[in-house]
Design a protein around this ligand. Sequence first.
Ligand SMILES: [Zn+2]
Ligand SMILES: [Zn+2]
Length: 403
Amino acid sequence: MTARGGGRARGADVEAGAMIVHEDIPIDDLVRVRRHLHRQPELSMVEFETARFVEAELAKLNLDEVRTGIGQTGVLGTLRGGKPGPVTLLRADMDALPIAELVDAPYRSERAGIMHACGHDGHVSILLAAARTLAERRAEVPGTLVFCFQPGEEGSAGNRLMIEDGALENPHVDRTFALHLYSQLDVGKIGVRDGAFFASADEWFLTISGKGGHGAMPQMSIDPIVAGSYFVTMLQTIVSREVAPKDPAVFTVGKFESGTTFNVIPDKATLMGTVRCFDPDVRKAMPERMERILRGLCEAMRVEYELKYHWSYPPTVNNRDMNDLVREVGRATLGAGNVVEHDIVMWAEDMSFMQERRPGAYFIVGARGGPETGFPHHNARFDIDERALQVGYKMMVALGLRG
Ligand SMILES: [Zn+2]
Ligand SMILES: [Zn+2]
């Protein structure tokens, strides 16, 4: 395939015919904006310059409305189309990560210790270019489009903050579409999945209290280390014995801290961990299951406990009808062979909050062109094959034109 101007083809060539290139794709803009943002990454919830950049770009488009400061730094652009139809929200996240970039490229991060290592720079570039094209083709647009530029995806639940600031109202959003560049899928392809695509991510914090004493006289103490150790193994029986094997779930104890030296039984043990699920009902039941095991542990081992459970991101669940639109548009735009039914992805996404409230489809866009663009997300060498920007752009434009 050919790329004009700044379009960079890294790694292996995409098979002939794998991508259909039209001359009107703004390849230069896609690459220029992505690289600009890549040089100037900003962390979650402080995307002030990125938001100003987005605002300035949207101001050139003659949109009906641009709302800023939504969920702190979020930006919403509204475009009323020339034909009747639903209100469709198209979303891009904007934040970068606290990672020191190791990619040796002219567009590498100019901010020490901060890097676009998840591809959100590409998401913003794609949505800005799509907004420009859709604004030019306003007469063909069915219904109303809301271009949503979201802060704080990487752990700050910026999506929920935008909802709390009214992002799904005025106009009332009927449906949503979102994409993520993905370094584990070849460029030219998109991946779709019905139902839960990405996991939920919740955290828990546990203190087990016993009674400290001499290591040689355990009968005078209540040992929180032994109790905590039983708990770690009992916890795993939730997944192995209580959740159906078809429902993926993970309990990980990431921290277990207790004691000071070899001959002292400590007073307390503190543990923390994460829980990942795909089924919303399985997820909902997890804290009660933990409590039940802990109550039994207290009875059996004389300890006391305090559990704090923090609900973080729900699973990202795709609506079948919205997904069928993505499939249909993908086949028409990219060719049938480039729309793949994809396995679950074990990351979590805060777009799940909007998709809990409105029917939505979240798909992944292949960004791997070779070994250089095959590093995992959140890796210091993460990079994308920039031809993926064209794929994302074509999908967002086509979805914006689909009633
Ligand atoms: Zn990420
Ligand atoms: Zn991401």
